[in-house]
Design a protein around this ligand. Structure first.
Ligand SMILES: *Cc1c(COP(=O)(O)O)cnc(C)c1O
Length: 411
């Protein structure tokens, strides 16, 4: 048994088995690189599902966290703290909304948006009590709470967690006519990922988000964009909706908003929407804590220079051109936006997990999703040389024999 095997067995014995991690035990990281407990280095091409957009240990973010760590970390919202006002002001400006409601995990951000939308429906739109409907998309991923899995169509995420929360209907992603047909007088909101992340970096058809925006305005339905994974520079713009010039009524942010240091999520909206929440009606012990706010302020400052978004867009175009130009065998599609892409295998050879294990053996961390897709999201600070070397490795691995092997059987 290697010390890696020991560490994995130890974790397996005491930690619930709600994940199936790749067999690597990380102990340190810097920038786009991580080091395992045996001293091997890997290029991180997952970035904790886009929570590490600015790289591990970004000096500005670590400095902000360190400084705040020695001042005050938690006050609760029973009192004011001297970081929260600036965080909300800065994030509202970045999101081009009036105000911010801070939470912690992404799922809490989604729950917050759903609650705001329902309350807005009753108080502003005049929907009859307890009749509010929210439309969602097939193939969505919005988190793991009981309400959120109620409107998931992924049996793995949903089965045996009922009874499910009512009030949601699903329409096919990318189909604006289906959305139009599903809207009733009781519809308060449409919740959509501008690019579906967990589904495998699925981009909507051209013109979709613009048409959704128009339809929502016309029918007095709130457009809620879940930008938890797609936002914060990942898709090649500050927010993925920016790629097509769309401003949602409610934006949900998370993951990279906490700089990979601590969980920070937020809902942003204008006062005519967010103003429906009054004191005591929603909250969180940790939401808006000064530690999170201090890191969040530094994250917004990084995005306000535009440098991360520019790198994401430019390097992402290079990646797509390189991988598509390689005409890879056994690959059905390469798609992406910014430094965020998926390789979908054609289902005749190795699975996404088998390819991910092979990449791991060659020093690249990436993760499969839905059996046949491998998702890549390197930190936006990755150097061009590191990225090119990784692309060469990815191409070499994909060009290898497409003969199926059983998962996890490699020595
Ligand atoms: C990750 C994710 C969430 C949930 O965030 P957690 O912090 O894991 O609760 C919600 N929506 C999208 C689009 C995500 O990618």
């Amino acid at each position: 048994m290697s010390i890696t095997d020991d560490a994995i067995a130890f974790e397996h014995e005491h930690c619930a088995h709600n994940y199936h991690p790749l067999p690597v035990v990380i102990s340190e990281a810097e920038g786009a690189w991580v080091t395992d407990i045996e001293g091997r280095r890997y290029l991180d091409m997952l970035s904790a599902y886009s929570a590490i957009n600015f790289g591990h240990g970004h000096p500005d973010l670590v400095a902000a966290a360190e400084k705040q760590l020695h001042r005050v970390t938690l006050t609760s919202r029973a009192f004011h703290n001297d970081q929260l006002g600036k965080f909300c002001a800065d994030l509202a400006r970045l999101s081009r909304h009036d105000a911010v409601l801070p939470m912690n995990s992404g799922a809490e951000g989604v729950e917050t948006a759903l609650k705001v939308a329902r309350k807005w429906g009753y108080q502003k739109k005049g929907v009859q009590h307890d009749r509010a409907q929210i439309i969602v998309c097939e193939g969505n991923f919005h988190g793991r709470t009981t309400t959120i899995v109620s409107f998931s169509d992924d049996p793995v995420a949903r089965d045996d967690y009922g009874p499910y929360t009512p009030g949601f209907v699903a329409v096919p992603y990318g189909d604006v006519d289906a959305l139009a047909a599903a809207i009733t007088d009781d519809t308060v909101a449409f919740l959509v990922e501008p690019i579906q992340g967990e589904a495998g970096v699925v981009l909507p058809p051209t013109g979709y988000l613009e048409a959704v925006r128009e339809l929502c305005t016309e029918r007095n339905v709130l457009m809620i964009a879940d930008e938890i994974q797609a936002g914060m520079g990942r898709a090649g713009a500050t927010f993925a909706c920016d790629l097509v010039g769309v401003q949602p009524d409610i934006r949900i942010l998370g993951k990279a908003l906490g700089g990979g240091i601590l969980p920070v999520s937020a809902v942003t909206a204008d006062w005519d929407v967010l103003g429906v929440i009054k004191p005591g009606e929603h909250g969180s012990t940790f939401g808006g804590n000064p530690m999170a706010a201090a890191v969040g302020i530094a994250v917004v400052a990084l995005l306000e220079t535009g440098e991360m978004q520019e790198r994401s867009k430019r390097l992402g175009e290079h990646v797509l051109a390189t991988l598509r130009g390689a005409n890879l065998p056994g690959v059905k599609e390469v798609r992406g936006s910014g430094l965020w892409w998926a390789v979908e295998l054609d289902g005749t050879g190795r699975t996404g997990r088998e390819v991910s294990l092979e990449l791991l053996a060659r020093g690249i961390l990436a993760k499969d999703t839905h059996t046949w897709t491998i998702r890549f999201a390197p930190p936006l600070v990755v150097s061009e040389a590191d990225l090119d070397a990784a692309l060469a490795t990815i191409i070499a691995v994909l060009e290898e024999s497409v003969v199926p092997r059983s998962a996890d059987s490699a020595p």
